[in-house]
Design a protein around this ligand. Structure first.
Ligand SMILES: [Zn+2]
Length: 197
């Protein structure tokens, strides 16, 4: 009896696998464009079933891995042993200044003017209203301030544009923009100046 249950389970697994195969073309139609090359995959962060939506550290981990494989380094996890990446439950109005872009997240003086510290706050309510690609974009924007000390860009296609988290961006827009971010090659590039520099 036990053996029968096992084998029928096995058969049903095969059937499921086959029917999954048969559905593959439909799934590909949903992917309207071909994704351009990136040495890291963002699939884990962009899949609502896989990503832990309350885990901000996964964005830092991805960013570090991305810089390492896109540019061969540096290892920002080694350079920034002190990490403070957190949700804010106050409203944008309660946090008086420096909340960008679109009042969703902010980086602070204690992060971008401190070479071994990352300090990024994310407004929880606003965050949950954004899609997963926008969230990835927002976190790279904040790491752009904190790690690269970038000021804002004037080009809406850049990650450092202050309010470029449009809902219609696609993953290729993101990949092109992050390549420019890492290569330090976007228009109007400027750096935050810190005391003593
Ligand atoms: Zn900003």
């Amino acid at each position: 009896m036990k053996r029968f249950i096992l084998s029928s389970l096995f058969i049903s697994l095969i059937v499921t696998a086959c029917s999954k195969d048969a559905e593959t073309p439909t799934v590909e139609i949903v992917d309207e464009f071909e994704q351009i090359y990136s040495c890291v995959s963002y699939d884990d962060l962009l899949d609502p079933k896989n990503t832990n939506q309350d885990d901000l550290m996964q964005y830092w981990t991805k960013f570090v891995e991305d810089v390492k494989c896109s540019r061969g380094g540096p290892d920002y996890s080694e350079r920034n042993p002190s990490l403070n990446i957190f949700f804010e439950y106050r409203s944008a109005a309660q946090i008086s200044a420096g909340v960008t872009p679109d009042h969703i997240a902010y980086s602070t003086f204690s992060g971008y003017c401190n070479d071994n510290r990352v300090n990024v706050g994310v407004l929880y309510n606003e965050w949950t209203e954004k899609n997963l690609l926008q969230r990835l974009w927002i976190m790279y924007h904040e790491f752009g301030h904190d790690v690269y000390k970038y000021e804002h860009s004037t080009n809406p296609a850049d990650i450092m544009y202050p309010s470029s988290t449009r809902s219609d961006i696609n993953v290729n827009d993101f990949i092109e923009a992050k390549d420019r971010l890492f290569k330090r090659s976007f228009t109007g590039i400027k750096y935050i100046s810190c005391p003593g520099e």
